[in-house]
Structure formats: C-alpha cells, structure tokens
Design a protein around this ligand. Structure first.
Ligand code: SF4
Ligand code: SF4
Ligand code: FES
Length: 276
C-alpha cells in the first residue's frame, strides 16, 4: 500500500516543475527567422530526466515561443523529419538526449545549413526530391514475372543496409561538397542518392545493363561520384548507422575505376567508336 502511494505521488508531480525528478533549467539558443534573415534567440527552459531536444523545443512552443516552427512527426527516429543542427552538428532533434550535454552548457539549435530556410528550424529540402527523381529506378528483369525473383541472402543483406535510410538528409547536410558550395548542387546527387545508385548497381536482378542504362558511368558522369573524396562525414552523422562510405561509395568508386581501366572495356569502346 505504501509503495503504491509513493508511485502515485511520483506520477502526480507535474513534469517540468522545479522539484520534479531530475528537473533543471537549461540555456538554449534557437535560430529564429526566415528566408530574409534572422538570428539566435536565448531561452531558459526547464528540462526533465529522460528528455530529448525535441521535448525542449516543444516546451518552448508551449510556454515561450508559440510561433516557433519545427518539423517533426514520429518522435521515434523513423520519419526523418526533425533534422536540424545542435551545436553545429547535424542531428535528429528527437534522438538527441539532453543527458549528453553538460547541464551548464548553452545548447544551440539551428536549421540545416545546406538547405534554404523556410522558417526557424524548418528548411526546404526539395533539392533532395529533385535528386531522387534523377536516379532511374530498379529495372525489372524481362524474363521473370513478379513472384519469381530469387536472390542469395548475401545480396539481400547488402541492399537491406541501404534500405534502412529514413531520408533525414543529415548526410546531405553535412557533406562538404554541397554544404558550403551551392554551385555544386546541380552536379552532385549527395551521399543519400549515391547509396541508392550503389544499391541498384549491386542488385543481382536489376536489368539496367540490358536496357542500355550503365549505372556506374552515370554515377560518375551525371550524379557527381567523383566529387566525393571519402571523408566519411556522411557516415558519422547517419542515425541509421549506414556505412555510407565503406559499404556504398568506396565499392562504387572501385567498380567505376575497374571498369574504366579494364582493357576489354577499353578495347570494346574503341571498336564501338570506330564503327559509329
Ligand atoms: S564521404 Fe563523400 S559523400 Fe560522404 S560526406 Fe565525404 S565527400 Fe560527402
Ligand atoms: S543515409 Fe542516413 S543520414 Fe543519409 S538520409 Fe539516409 S538515414 Fe539520413
Ligand atoms: S520526429 Fe521523426 S525522426 Fe524525429
């Protein structure tokens, strides 16, 4: 009975009030503004045990800044909506625990830098949708009907890693090729879409070659694989722990290089050019 009472007393305590378990005031700096400009605003806001940065942004909306714009959906690290930068690092707001910060430090939250600001923490990520449309999709094998596809488990596992992508675009945001170089965006698809190309290029049933589509050549010539200098920054920020560089970009680069310097391919190209 007394144990039950203790539990009820705990639940009755209002969250975020001084005196609740683990509550403390934190210092936040949040970027406010729109496409025309803006700046950082300071807030002191209550934090409770077990909370994530998105909880604090929601508390700011509820108590001090009702018009603060933030994009979110699942609060479970699965929809990829709440991407922003925390102390300059691209991160998901809903998967960043307050406990990783020192209680006395000022936590700065800003919108993703690589994309245009819509308002406050919300950015226009349509660059990524444009790039997605530029990658030709899986080409079904002509000789097999749906349901007749068979693959080795090893091949399934390889592409499964890339299919964990939640399209948060944190890798796109952190990649130095576009982060500070707007002019590179036209020629560079970014890590998220280079892993999509790598996945399709590794797919044993993809009939792209039979349909005249050379994914390796287009990765290099049309999607900017050559811009990537395998710094691994994209891998470091991926919330799904996809080994973007080691398992997709480097193998794709190796296949492009093998193909370019393959003497039989070289001879074939030369003959083709002469007969054209
Ligand atoms: S490894 Fe390549 S794609 Fe990834 S961040 Fe570095 S340059 Fe960009
Ligand atoms: S590869 Fe990782 S970082 Fe990039 S969009 Fe997908 S989940 Fe996000
Ligand atoms: S709200 Fe869905 S990933 Fe953060």
């Amino acid at each position: 009975m007394s144990g039950q009472q203790t539990e009820q007393t705990k639940q009755a305590r209002p969250a975020g009030q001084p005196g609740s378990s683990g509550g403390y005031p934190a210092h936040f700096r949040v970027w406010r503004g729109d496409a025309d400009g803006g700046g950082l605003e300071d807030f002191t806001v209550e934090v409770n045990e077990g909370e994530v940065v998105l909880d604090i942004i929601h508390r700011l909306q509820a108590t001090q800044a009702p018009d603060l714009a933030v994009r979110w959906n699942c609060k479970a690290g699965k929809c990829g909506s709440c991407s922003a930068e925390i102390n300059g690092q691209p991160r998901l707001l809903c998967m960043t625990r307050m406990s990783v910060f020192d209680r006395t430090e000022t936590i700065t939250v800003t919108p993703m830098r690589a994309f245009p600001v819509v308002r406050d923490l919300v950015t226009d990520v349509s660059f990524n949708y444009t790039k997605a449309r530029e990658v030709p999709s899986f080409v079904p094998p002509a000789e097999l009907a749906p349901g007749e596809y068979r693959m080795q488990q090893e091949d399934v596992n390889r592409s499964q890693e890339f299919r964990k992508c939640i399209e948060c675009f944190l890798c796109q945001d952190t990649c130095h090729v576009v982060r500070d170089h707007e002019e590179n965006k036209a020629a560079f698809a970014g890590p998220r879409f280079l892993i999509r190309i790598a996945e399709l290029d590794m797919h044993p049933l993809d009939a792209a070659p039979q349909s005249g589509l050379d994914r390796q050549t287009t990765a290099q010539d049309e999607h900017g694989l050559g811009y990537c200098n395998i710094t691994k920054c994209c891998t470091e920020v991926c919330p799904e722990n996809i080994k973007i560089t080691d398992n997709a970009l480097i193998p794709l680069k190796e296949r492009v290089a093998d193909r370019k310097y393959d003497p039989l391919v070289w001879l074939g190209n030369k003959i083709r050019r002469r007969t054209e």
